[in-house]
Design a protein around this ligand. Sequence first.
Ligand code: DGJ
Length: 729
Amino acid sequence: MSIKAAGRTFFLETKHSLYQMKADSRGVLKHLWYGENTGQDMEYLLDYPDVSFSGNIYDAQDQRSYSLDTMPLEYASEGTGDYRISAVSVCHENGASALDLRYEGYRILPGKYSIPGLPAVYAGESEAETLEITLKDTASDVRVVLKYGVLPEYDVITRSAVIMNDGADTVMLNKAHSLCLDIPYGSWEWIHFHGRWARERNPQRLKLLHGIQESSSIRGTSSHHQNPAVILCKEGCSETNGTCIGAALMYSGCFQAQAEYDQLRQVRLVMGIHADLFCWELKPGDSFYTPEVILSHTENGLQALSHQFHRVLREHVCRGKYQKAERPVLINNWEATYFDFNEEKLLKIAEGAAALGVDMLVMDDGWFGKRDSDTLGLGDWSVNKEKIPGGLDGLVKKINGLGMQFGIWFEPEMVSEDSDLYRAHPDWAIRIPGRNPVRSRFQLVLDISRADVREYLFRAVSRILRLANIKYVKWDFNRSVCDWYTESLPAGRQKEMPHRFVLGLYELLDRLTGAFPDVLFEGCCGGGGRFDAGILYYCPQIWCSDDTDAFERTQIQYGTSFFYPVSAMGSHVSAVPNHQTGRVTSLRTRAVTAMCGSFGYELDLNTLTEEEKEEVKSQIRAFKEFGPLIHNGKFYRLSDPYHDNYAIWQFVSEDQKETLVQGMIFRSEPNMLRSPVVLRGLDPQKKYCLREDGRVYSGSALMAGGLLLPETSGDYVPVEFYLSVSLSH
Ligand code: DGJ
């Protein structure tokens, strides 16, 4: 049993952590602890002075120190004397915004709850337990059910809330966050992941100072600019040591994560749908379900936290055939041709790739309608016969004849004004009546909050997928959303639209992935603009960034790896000079970097020299050999590519019998000293043999002294060591 109730104190235990809360005698649900498993009721730590200007709820009577403004709360509401950031805000029929939530009861259920219409961690009855705590407003019939999913073996606790209107009047829900986590003690920092197009997920670590720190998106997607995942860590927490708590929101739209450091030096973290673009009408009897937050805690530093997230995302978020099946090595024609391709060109690219061992050709943007540039054609999902005269089936048969599988690109949620779809249904594009819409990449966004639009898209995409033997879909989304307005809702409910848009996306993805279970769906949003745990529920891999430069990718993939597993990161070898940066790196360097992901190519391999082609063959052989270790092993960040002159990472198999160290040394220096790189995660007692020269090292030597990085000349020199347990020693 991972969930225990002792009176009204709740203990949620995972293998190494304890989450604790208590409904006190007044029914206020206080947060007591989230940290290592002390085996103790931690309420003794809560002791508050009489803080002036922090009022007392009425039933506190003469207890001046009893204030919602100072105590750690499990789900903070607005309007009843807690002046910190709230998790929930409700406006009642009379216009007043207040909720005084008190404990009503609890249920413990086997297994893990699911959330209607939203992605959520899934688990069997032997793997998880659910706790539901019901709170009720003192003055209305608004109830909140807090849901906790405990996966003890994973050191993971999930949270979500249901806000129910059990009264006779309609209420407006102005804010409904998924998480409220109060941490009363310690000196905390937070790490969030910022960026921009082609520069996603740069970690930024900041000391929490008094006031509010925020990471959020109002772009309609989780965005390139901030990622819906943050870490709270104690001062001094390193990769290998120290206390940290990670929170990843399973949501792909506008989100908000805020950390407040308050007057009493306590931290409150809230996370959920962005409140500025949200309001939901709750009629009598209605319920609202928030998305889920995945929480994990460790005392063993950031790498252990990452391992916990990687494992739960791989095993309890990703689904379907490709959750476990090896991913195909693919070649994508985008950077090889952009829009300028036809069947003949594609076949040449495919022939060249097939000869070198590539498994799949992916036909990117430009195959449909009149799509010869990014100014037109989106929405017309029928094959352009001028480019592909034999039709899709004809092309796919030829590709299959080469021994390759076939994949295809879509951007279903978008429309070009110059398209038959737009001419037929201009009202399907999002725009505010009486205003010109904002164009971005010349395109408009379809209102997928509407069922008729989703039905059209389901049919359009399914029709194409049934036309031929298609085994992969790249699902793109190439702009941020604004002009939020939908004809399907009255004026007073327009703020429901951003969330309804995301619900629409999930419904569409759910239907399509359900209808085509053998197809590998890869998420994409101009690279990694919608890289989140919500998308991973439908797409086990996501195109990590439109920046394919190997050096840049070491940083992007490093930042991405704090939460997301390597198997989730689409990563390709592209041409040099690199199209985004103009940088030239060797073919080997590009491959080593791309292998830290779901591997593929993004260039015309026919343009390579014979020697390079041989190298590609051996890269593909290497990925086939190391793929299971890379995708299922533990991933260690051995350096910080923002500060060190090298990026080195390591994979270790579950049984600790093999390890692969890869990376690159950035810049050459005269009289360069060879730095040792210290390995991790090995068995100190075992002897490991370096494949390169047969030398044998003990696990303890590798983890104390390490291996010397090679002597280098030139920049961006690749590094690769493979070691496996030596049977003869
Ligand atoms: C953005 C994607 O990230 C690229 O890989 C490519 O598919 C283009 N869109 C096509 O328009």
